[in-house]
Design a protein around this ligand. Structure first.
Ligand SMILES: Cc1cc2nc3c(=O)[nH]c(=O)nc-3n(C[C@H](O)[C@H](O)[C@H](O)COP(=O)(O)O)c2cc1C
Length: 196
């Protein structure tokens, strides 16, 4: 339970599912405390087991711990709105996908789909462990390529902030107002039988 928030006050599944799916959400409040030894590896281990086309595992997670010399370069990639709360994250991750298949050197159509599955594994594992994991699109993609020294066959997909929950008083007023689990479209919007 993140921030002591019971998600059932905000989210109700309409069908019987594993509770972890609704218990995962994306807080911005983090304490700035470091992850415990081995926790980052647990998150990456969960990501590792995602399914992928041809089991190609096209995801790559290039990370910077706050305590390392890499942190500033990663943090500087973020737009100011994300920097304002990510200053209390402990790990920043640049997620990339290999869009050229290793097996035949041809374009790999499911690279983004597969890498999204790996990120979701990481996020669900984080929720299970009581950690904040928060995906981000608000960063300089072009500069991220050079910061992580990405080879040409990789596409930058997103960044992820990881940290210990807390620090609510450090958020801006509008961030505090939004610091609750969000809702979702009903199934009949996202799934249609036969055709659109
Ligand atoms: C790929 C991706 C990019 C995102 N980019 C940002 C971002 O730049 N800044 C931010 O504050 N939240 C960002 N989010 C968080 C989303 O707004 C959030 O996941 C969405 O509102 C659903 O809420 P939930 O994750 O709490 O269920 C991003 C999420 C994803 C998956």
């Amino acid at each position: 339970m993140l921030h002591g928030i019971d998600v059932s006050g905000y989210r109700q599944a309409e069908h019987d599912i594993e509770p972890l799916f609704v218990e995962r959400w994306s807080p911005r409040g983090m304490s700035g405390e470091p992850l415990a030894e081995g926790q980052l590896e647990q998150l990456l281990e969960a990501a590792r087991w995602a399914p992928s086309s041809y089991n190609a595992q096209p995801w790559r997670f290039i990370y910077a711990k706050r305590s390392s010399e890499h942190w500033d370069r990663f943090f500087d990639l973020l737009v100011q709105a994300n920097q304002s709360w990510c200053q209390r994250a402990d790990v920043l991750i640049v997620v990339l996908s290999r869009h050229i298949a290793e097996r035949n050197g041809q374009p790999f159509p499911s690279h983004a789909f597969d890498t999204g599955a790996a990120w979701q594994n990481l996020a669900l594992q984080g929720a299970k462990m009581g950690l904040v994991t928060h995906g981000m699109i608000g960063f300089d993609r072009a500069r991220a390529r050079s910061v992580v020294n990405a080879p040409d066959e990789y596409t930058v997909q997103a960044m992820i902030a990881v940290g210990q929950p807390g620090g609510l008083s450090e958020l801006t007023e509008s961030q505090r107002e939004r610091e609750v689990p969000s809702g979702r479209n009903p199934i009949d919007i996202i799934a249609l039988e036969g055709s659109f």
